[in-house]
Ligand binder design. Structure first.
Ligand SMILES: *[C@@H]1O[C@H](CO)[C@@H](O)[C@H](O)[C@H]1NC(C)=O
Ligand SMILES: *[C@@H]1O[C@H](CO)[C@@H](O)[C@H](O)[C@H]1NC(C)=O
Ligand SMILES: *[C@@H]1O[C@H](CO)[C@@H](O)[C@H](O)[C@H]1NC(C)=O
Ligand SMILES: *[C@@H]1O[C@H](CO)[C@@H](O)[C@H](O)[C@H]1NC(C)=O
Ligand SMILES: *[C@@H]1O[C@H](CO)[C@@H](O)[C@H](O)[C@H]1NC(C)=O
Ligand SMILES: *[C@@H]1O[C@H](CO)[C@@H](O)[C@H](O)[C@H]1NC(C)=O
Ligand SMILES: *[C@@H]1O[C@H](CO)[C@@H](O)[C@H](O)[C@H]1NC(C)=O
Ligand SMILES: *[C@@H]1O[C@H](CO)[C@@H](O)[C@H](O)[C@H]1NC(C)=O
Length: 793
């Protein structure tokens, strides 16, 4: 280990000798410096003065190639933060050398003594430069005497990692991921500054941007809000000097190391390693969903978030480079197994790919129907796929960015892919529709129309029963509801918007819950429109709306009845049934899924606005179902007034409700976090706020996590310690994360789902800022205080 002198020097200047003396004998016993004329080879290393980083030859994974790189020195952590010769590895480090030439040019010589990489730096005074590895992870080539005369530094030539103090900009300051974990050559994605000098950071692959930090129009310097509002990062600064613009940041959190890197997955990830932590933990990442990385799976393949492997070639295609593909590098995509014929006879067929997000870069054609669209595509050899949905779309070249959607996502489309006839699976053929089929369809269609009309007329004018609208939403008459609920005799609950009564509907005595709505000053037509929208929203974790009633000023909503009632009664009242941990965790996941559906998967994003145990209903198997979604729109402007003054709600409201800022889906995330704490403790958070701040449950959890104390001690005592420690820890961390002050710092519901299900990991958690604030200013805690007795449906 060390630095060897390549040429025996006779005429070193006295000062440099002195410097060397100080260096070798004065400090740690490690060398952080390489002098002009010296080189580094074999397993010799440079070590930064405080032993944070090391530099030398390394070999990634099982690769047989060697690279010059910088990595963390901590035992067991060989995370590489910089690579010199990304694209030109050497095979034998003992016969290769990284040499600092006398003219200040840092050069990597291969086995054959040819320069395969160089810094191209030049000093105007011979033998006057040194190369030094700093504790920041920066390797600088500078004047031996004047540390400010830097002629080259690795921070100006980043690879994939953005360290504190490092730069991200454009040109040389673009960060690119490794191709795969064994090959540091630059991948197709990049993390950089916007070319148009608009002072924001973005992720892109050269043709398409897929994440941006958001613009800031400040005048002096600019911040990246998402990154700055981050416990481990302070002062994200925009620098523009001479002809160079870049962002840099400080990480003042002394007990932890942090780094950003653009991963082979195309995602920007921030990792944190606490002082005593053995490994790095993922703290933040964008885009949080892998399939959102543009063209992540390459051409002719599908991205499926809920499947492993994530990327699969379309049928009839195979990976272009199987080795790279299996290492997770999908950039080369998939290629056809059998080339297309495209003869006039038409040996090609179309294969149906169902329920996908369509690829980008389509062209649209003017045609009258799907069949014409198909024919148009078939007759043009450059057309490789089509889709028909009011309009005819065709694709040529390659297909990128296809995402497989789940059954619950209704926005999926059919894509018809051109394949050679021999590659077709029988069942997926799109058969030529012969005219007589069309004729039969027309006749059947007419027939059904007649029947529908007949039924409708009959219902309307002869029977006078409740009307059935699309998606089986029933319009009830108020006297039927009165009868069904036996004159509203059995009350299930009461909330700010009205009361809920149990009822049973003929003919099978189906149990329903009838909600009466107060404070409705909405017109009947508008009410119907909104209710119809709510009626189309169906998900296993949402309570199903069966119908409604609107007569004069009366408004009712009719829902499925949930035999196990609402979560608050099971959780907070000393009932005989104690929800065990498994059920609680299922409730946590199910509720998150329901919210995720409302936020991200419906046609229009719906913010629930009132997530609390009273609104989580449980079916016979204790599956959670969210109630009252869509009410915010139904109630309109009065909603927020009712909400902020309603008993039993304040403890769950995000700070932005009280400060009057815009409400986003992240308001639900906050309430969800509060709910998660209550699932863990079995008590209302607000109840414990009455005593001392120390007893406040979110505070206790965040303290315990911080100190690494036993979390099991915090869990509801009725569980007698029977909880899965991994799940419990995850739930605690997620909860802390959800109740961040700033909505931007809270995770999305989809990330919450992934984390709870173990797909994503957060091991370092942020201390909820509002708790920190509360610790300092107990008076503000009043916002989160509410009387014990509460209830709302
Ligand atoms: C540091 O470098 C000097 C000169 O190249 C060498 O003599 C010495 O052994 C090195 N020290 C260590 C600890 O490697
Ligand atoms: C630079 O140092 C090398 C030995 O390391 C020596 O051979 C050479 O003469 C020096 N050049 C100057 C200009 O001092
Ligand atoms: C540095 O060394 C490389 C390799 O020998 C050479 O191609 C390059 O021109 C040199 N650069 C300077 C500035 O001397
Ligand atoms: C060498 O270059 C630096 C700037 O890079 C300059 O400040 C210095 O005066 C130069 N020295 C000589 C001797 O030319
Ligand atoms: C962007 O991604 C696509 C698909 O992998 C690729 O074909 C294209 O070359 C990429 N663009 C750049 C500039 O790398
Ligand atoms: C943040 O950066 C600005 C400008 O560089 C500096 O004035 C300020 O002291 C820094 N603040 C902190 C907390 O480091
Ligand atoms: C800035 O750099 C760009 C390319 O890097 C160059 O085209 C331009 O002329 C430079 N402008 C100035 C003022 O040096
Ligand atoms: C075939 O499709 C391509 C691309 O959509 C188009 O440019 C070309 O004009 C078409 N050729 C014919 C013969 O329609």
């Amino acid at each position: 280990m060390g630095v060897s002198s390549k040429n025996h020097c006779v005429s070193h200047s006295v000062l440099i000798l002195l410097l060397m003396f100080i260096h070798v004998y004065g400090s740690t016993g490690y060398n952080s410096t390489i002098f002009a004329g010296q080189s580094l080879n074999g397993n010799q290393k440079l070590t930064s003065p405080r032993e944070v980083f090391e530099m030398g030859f390394f070999t990634p994974g099982n690769s047989l190639n060697y690279y010059i790189g910088i990595w963390y020195k901590k035992p067991g952590d060989k995370t590489v933060v910089w690579v010199a010769n990304r694209e030109q590895p050497v095979s034998d480090p003992s016969f290769s050398a990284l040499e600092l030439l006398e003219n200040g040019n840092l050069t990597l010589l291969s086995e054959s003594k040819t320069a395969i990489w160089s810094s191209n730096s030049k000093s105007n005074v011979s033998n006057s430069t040194i190369g030094m590895l700093l504790d920041s992870g920066n390797f600088v080539v500078r004047d031996a005497l004047d540390s400010s005369l830097v002629i080259w530094q690795s921070f100006d030539h980043p690879t994939d990692t953005w360290l504190p103090g490092g730069k991200v900009g454009y040109n040389k300051l673009i960060h690119r991921p490794w191709r795969n974990p064994q090959n540091p050559a630059p991948g197709i994605f990049s993390f950089q500054l916007d070319q148009n000098e608009r002072k924001n950071l973005l992720l892109w692959n050269g043709s398409k941007m897929y994440w941006t930090s958001g613009y800031w129009t400040g005048t002096i310097f600019s911040f990246v809000p998402e990154i700055q509002l981050n416990q481990y990062v302070t002062n994200v600064t925009y620098v523009s000097i001479k002809n160079e613009s870049y962002f840099t940041y400080d990480a003042t959190y002394s007990d932890a190391l942090t780094r950003f890197m653009i991963d082979t997955t195309g995602q920007l990830k921030q990792y944190v390693r606490g002082k005593d932590f053995g490994r790095w933990n993922l703290y933040w990442m964008r885009p949080s969903e892998q399939c959102e990385v543009y063209a992540f799976c390459g051409s002719f393949s599908k991205c499926n978030l809920y499947d492993t492997p994530l990327c699969v070639c379309l049928e009839g295609f195979e990976p272009k480079r199987r080795n790279d593909w299996e290492l997770g590098d999908h950039s080369d995509g998939c290629v056809r197994k059998t080339p297309l014929q495209c003869t006039s006879g038409g040996n090609d067929r179309f294969m149906t790919i169902s329920n996908v997000r369509l690829p980008l870069n389509s062209e649209s054609l003017e045609v009258r129907n799907g069949e014409e669209c198909r024919l148009a595509c078939l007759s043009n050899c450059s057309c490789i796929a089509y889709a028909h949905d009011d309009q005819c779309f065709t694709w040529k070249g390659n297909l990128l960015n296809i995402k497989q959607l789940t059954a619950s996502e209704r926005v999926g489309k059919y894509l018809y892919l051109r394949v050679a006839a021999s590659d077709l699976t029988e069942t997926k053929v799109v058969k030529r529709k012969t005219p007589w089929i069309v004729l039969v369809l027309v006749i059947v269609g007419l027939f059904s129309l007649l029947i529908v009309v007949a039924v409708f007329v009959k219902r309307r004018y002869f029977v006078g029963e409740s009307e059935i609208l699309e998606d089986s939403l029933v319009v009830f008459r108020s006297r039927d509801l009165k009868a069904a609920t036996r004159n509203f005799s059995e009350k299930l609950g009461e909330g700010g918007f009205g009361s809920v009564f149990k009822g049973s509907l003929p003919p099978n005595s189906t149990a329903v819950a009838v909600k009466t709505l107060n404070s409705m000053n909405q017109g009947e037509k508008q009410f119907r429109t909104e209710v119809m929208t709510i009626g189309t929203i169906q998900h296993v974790n949402l309570v199903r709306l069966r119908g409604f009633c609107t007569e004069g000023s009366k408004r009712f909503l009719v829902y499925d009845y949930m035999p196990n009632g609402s979560l608050d009664s099971l959780l907070f009242q000393s009932s005989i049934t104690v929800l065990d941990w498994r059920v609680r965790y299922q409730i946590a996941i199910g509720t998150a899924k329901g919210l995720c559906y409302l936020h991200e998967e419906c046609r229009d994003c719906i913010i629930h606005c009132d997530v609390k145990p009273e609104n989580i209903l449980l079916d016979a198997e204790y599956n959670p179902k969210l109630a009252d979604f869509g009410l915010a729109k139904l109630i309109g402007r009065d909603f927020s007034r009712v909400l902020t003054t309603m008993r039993g709600t304040r403890g769950y409201l995000a700070p932005e409700w009280i400060s009057g800022e815009a409400i986003t889906p992240k308001a639900d995330v906050f309430s969800y976090g509060m709910l998660l704490f209550e699932l863990i403790s079995g008590r209302r958070n607000s109840e414990l706020l009455e005593d001392e701040m120390e007893h406040y449950f979110p505070n206790r959890v965040s303290n315990s996590l911080q100190k690494g104390e036993d979390i099991l001690a915090l869990v509801d005592c009725r569980l007698e310690g029977n909880a899965d420690i991994q799940e419990l820890t995850t739930a605690c961390k997620v909860a802390c994360w959800c109740i961040q002050d700033y909505e931007k710092n809270r995770p999305s519901m989809s990330f919450v789902v992934q984390t709870l299900m173990g797909f994503a990991e957060i091991s370092v958690f942020p201390v909820p800022m509002f708790i920190q604030r509360l610790r300092g200013r107990p008076l503000e805690a009043v916002n989160y205080y509410q009387p014990k007795s509460s209830g709302s449906g």
